[in-house]
Every structure is written in C-alpha cells, then in structure tokens.
Design a protein around this ligand. Structure first.
Ligand code: TRP
Ligand code: SF4
Length: 535
C-alpha cells in the first residue's frame, strides 16, 4: 500500500488526484490516460465518467432524478452523477418510510470544500427525514495512513465541527469515531466471518505484505455501512466519491451473505441458478399454453416435456441448457409448477422451522428449502426478513450509494491537499480564501475582446465549478446566469472571480462563526477527542 496520505484524504473527499475532470464530461478523456481505477487508498483516476457506467455498473443518477422529492442542488446540477440501487431510498423518502444516510471521513488533514459536498449530502438526507450518521474513520487513518492518535484527535474535531456548523443535527442523528464504538466493532467481527483474504486480494489488491490492521479497517468500514440497520433493516444510502465503490459492492455482498434465507422464483423441486431458471420459465410459458389450448385443462406440464422443449427450442448449447435439461430429465414426471422458494442460506434450525410454520397456504418442505404456492415474491421477502429478525438475524437490506464528481483544482489540474493553492480548506482564513479564488485558473480567453466575441469556457473553468458546487447554493437561477453570461461573452473573468472571491470569503466567515457556535454542541456530545491510545 502507498503512504500517500494526501491521495487518500482527497479521494475520500471526492477530489481527484490524477485528473482534472470537467463537468461536461465530454473532453475529459483528452486530459490524459483514460483508464479507470477505483482504488480507495490510491489516487483514483476518473478520466471518463461514462466508463464507470459501462465497466462498473454504476447507474446514472439523472435517470431517477424525477423520482426524488425536492432533489438537492448537487443532484439537479449533475454533480451527483451516479448511484447504486438508490431507488429504495428515494421510495422510502416519498412514502415517509424509514431510511438512513451514512458517510465517513478519514481525519488525515483539514476538512475542505471537497468534503463539504459529502457533509451537505448527509445533512440533506437528514432534512428529508432520514436517520443520519457521520463517522470518523480513525482506525482506517491509523492503519492505512499511519497517522498518530494525537494528529487524529485534532483532525477529528475539525471534521465534526464543520459537519455540525453546516447543519447536521446531532440530536436526531449520530456521530461517532470508529475507535470508540464497541457495537460497531462487534458487527465488524461478525462480518469478518463472511469475508476472506482471497476476496480482499481480488477487490483491493492486498498481498502478503498488507498489514492485518489495514484489513481490519476494511471490515470496520463494512460495519460502518451496515451500522444504521442494527436496530431495524432499512434502505441506507452511502454518499461517497466513486473511489469508494469497491467498498460499497463488498458491503452489498456481505449484507446478502448474512441473510438467513434467499427468496427466489422456482418451477420444480430442484435448485436452479438464474440462467437455468430462465430457461425453465421459458419452457413452462410455452408449454402451459399448449396444454390449455389442447383443452385437457387438468393436465400438467411435466419436467420431461420441458426438457424436450428446451432441447428443441433453447438457444444453442449453453452450459445452462445442458445442466437444466439433465435436472428436468431426472425429475421426469414431476409437474412444472411456478412457486416462490425460500432457500435456507444460513438460518438456524429454529428459524427454518419457524419459517415453515409461518408459510400460509399450500407449501412443500424440502431438505434445504421450502416452496410456497401462494405467496408472491414481495410477501415472501417480508416474511423471510421477519422470521430472521425474530430469530436473532440482522435482516440487512443491501446498502445503496450515490457518487459525486471530483472537483477540479483552483490551479487547473487536480485538486490536491498537498497543494494549498489548489483547494480551499474550511479552516482557511477568509482573506486567504478570497485570494485563492482571485488567483484561480479560469476558462477565459486571452483578451477581453476575444472573450466578448467567443464567450468564456465555463465547462472548463474551476471558478464556474465553485459557483455550481458551492457558491450558488440552492439558487439554480444564479448558477445558470453565471453560465449563460460566461458562454455568451457578457461576463469577464476579472469581475467573475471578484464576485466568486467575495462569496467565498463570506462563506468562510460565516462557516467559521458557525464552527465556533458548534463548539458547545460538540462538548455536549460526549465524543472522546482525547484518545488515550499510544503511538
Ligand atoms: N474509507 C473512507 C475514506 O477513505 C472512509 C470511510 C470509513 C467511510 N467508513 C466509511 C466512507 C463508511 C463511507 C462509509 O475516506
Ligand atoms: Fe470562468 Fe467566470 Fe471566466 Fe467564465 S467568466 S471563464 S465562469 S471565470
């Protein structure tokens, strides 16, 4: 593993270490290497956001924007560009059902405007009625970054103060340090039983040199992500930069592996994988019609008939066809009948018995599963979860995520915490913030004349990004006005930067005042910011 603390702090904050990515996404690839690496501890490169959709299966946020009640401006402006399985969260929001939002911060340096995106996302979900969680990933900072506990204490305080200053309600939500949360660590231990080293190798590139504490910080993050569901399973969104996607995928896997039962559709007594099941479904659909048309209404489709049909009609010898035909033949005269199956994944004996008992109506009990002929999938899912919860299981819902774009550095290129002029810390003196904006790179033309004639390049301008990501706040009209005036040639960079610099100065002043007010709040929270840990 690398020891580049900056890269990690930045990646967490959604600040791209490698590549300046423009909000238009279009010519970003021209900026350099176009490979996508999602490395939570490396310097994540996202040269082309489209690849995240194609290669990693991240979904486009735009497609569900309409289903989100009063979406945040970061959603409306495409800064939040992607998601995994956010629909259940949006649905819970619409229906007034429970949901949660959680994100974590490695206390490796000052919180800055990149982190503010994530703070805002957590707070917005809290305002929409969600249970909100903000955590300090201090175990990870110590294990993967080698920070001392004294450094960690100081930075932790700064993150928490900014989160509170921006509006996180600690009465209604929860803030914690990984190192201090026993319940979290117990959950991490249980989850560790479902993961092994080969998997870490494949996902994170760990090897024989990787230290055990680093691995422990991974299971701790898995526990963080599922922590909001300890009291009760619920849709949970994790707002992060796309570099954290490997963690999200593993957490979704672990959530599923921890479940007692797996509910699937089934057509006969034997087990099928997804591909096989589709083939049986196709055969059944075709043959059931024939049986009805033939008028012999009480006849059933037999497994062997389905096997014959598949041999004739299924697409060319795929593995699934061979294997399912064999299974169907073995089942012979058994009727093919659609049903809902509860597969025993890792239920206790008591839980399995209780489930069998709880399935109403016609059912059939087998060695490792029970089939219901009356419950539909949704009813079955609910019953499975209830039985699991009643018998000591967690009943986790797979966690969801939303991903935001990395911010461009003020000096062009990448935004990096090791280059102070490239970013604005939330602790920067307001006058310094003003100066940094004034000396920022722009998307402007060589001369004022040329700018009036051709217009500025707002899509390639870090100053425009400041407006869109932060300074314009909720005011879409203002953000659009800046954009239109810029590309229309009415706006010149000098004035534009002056306006942005003043706004930034005001923002920092106000934020820092609020941080001072938040001191008292933080005191009351009883979060230990003086670790008595050594090293
Ligand atoms: N790994 C994250 C980072 O690099 C921090 C983190 C720890 C986190 N636990 C989390 C993020 C849970 C989101 C959810 O900054
Ligand atoms: Fe950027 Fe403003 Fe210049 Fe346009 S006018 S290029 S937004 S600084």
């Amino acid at each position: 593993m690398t020891d580049d603390a900056d890269a990690t702090a930045d990646a967490a904050a959604g600040v791209d270490e490698e590549e300046a990515v423009r909000t238009d996404g279009g010519d970003a690839a021209a900026a350099g290497a176009d490979d996508v690496a999602l490395d939570p501890w490396g310097s994540s490169t996202v040269a082309d956001y489209r690849k995240l959709f194609e290669e990693f299966g991240i979904e486009e946020f735009d497609e569900l924007l309409e289903s989100v009640p009063n979406p945040h401006y970061l959603m409306r402006r495409g800064v939040i560009f992607g998601h995994r399985d956010y629909r259940p969260v949006a649905e819970a929001m619409r229906e007034g059902e429970p949901f949660a939002a959680l994100s974590g911060f490695m206390p490796t340096g000052d919180p800055h405007i990149g982190h503010k995106l994530v703070f805002d996302e957590i707070i917005w979900h809290q305002e929409q009625g969600g249970d909100a969680y903000g955590l300090i990933a201090d175990l990870e900072a110590h294990a993967a970054r080698g920070l001392t506990w004294a450094e960690i204490d100081e930075h932790s305080r700064d993150y928490l103060l900014s989160l509170l200053a921006l509006g996180f309600d600690p009465e209604d939500g929860e803030l914690y340090r990984q190192s201090d949360n026993r319940e979290l660590q117990d959950l991490a231990f249980e989850l560790g039983a479902e993961a092994n080293f080969s998997e870490f190798q494949a996902i994170y590139g760990f090897d024989g040199e990787t230290d055990v504490s680093h691995m422990q910080s991974v299971v701790t993050q898995m526990a963080d992500i599922l922590y909001p569901q300890l009291e009760e399973p619920k849709p949970t969104v994790i707002p992060v930069g796309p570099d954290q996607d490997p963690h999200v995928r593993l957490a979704r896997d672990l959530a599923t592996r921890m479940r007692y039962f797996k509910v699937t559709a089934a057509y006969a007594s034997f087990e099928c994988d997804d591909a096989e099941r589709e083939l049986v479904a196709a055969a059944y659909a075709a043959l059931a019609d024939d049986v009805e048309e033939g008028g012999n209404g009480d006849e059933s489709v037999r497994c062997e008939d389905a096997a014959d049909w598949l041999r004739e009609h299924a697409p060319e010898p795929v593995d699934a066809r061979e294997s399912v035909v064999a299974k169907l033949e073995e089942a012979g005269m058994e009727p093919v009948r659609p049903r809902t199956r509860f597969f025993d994944r890792q239920a206790t004996d008591d839980a399995f018995e209780a489930l069998v008992e709880a399935v109403d109506g016609e059912k059939r009990v087998y060695e490792g599963h029970v089939d219901s002929f009356e419950l539909d999938r949704a009813e079955a899912e609910e019953l499975a979860r209830q039985v699991e919860l009643d018998h000591g299981g967690y009943g986790f819902v797979p966690p969801s995520s939303v991903y935001h774009r990395f911010m461009t550095g003020l000096t062009g290129g990448k935004m990096s915490s090791s280059v102070p002029a490239s970013h604005i810390s939330l602790l920067d003196d307001p006058a310094e913030g003003y100066d940094k904006v004034k000396s920022a790179t722009t998307g402007g033309r060589e001369t004022a004349e040329e700018q009036r004639e051709k217009g500025g390049r707002a899509d390639e301008c870090p100053v425009y990004e400041l407006y869109a990501y932060l300074l314009a706040g909720d005011d879409d009209e203002f953000a659009t006005e800046v954009y239109e005036e810029c590309v229309g040639g009415e706006r010149l960079c000098g004035d534009c930067k002056e306006q942005a610099a003043v706004l930034m100065e005001e923002f920092l002043e106000e934020h820092q005042e609020k941080r001072e007010e938040a001191e008292a709040l933080l005191e009351d929270l009883d979060i230990d910011l003086d670790s008595d840990r050594q090293r």
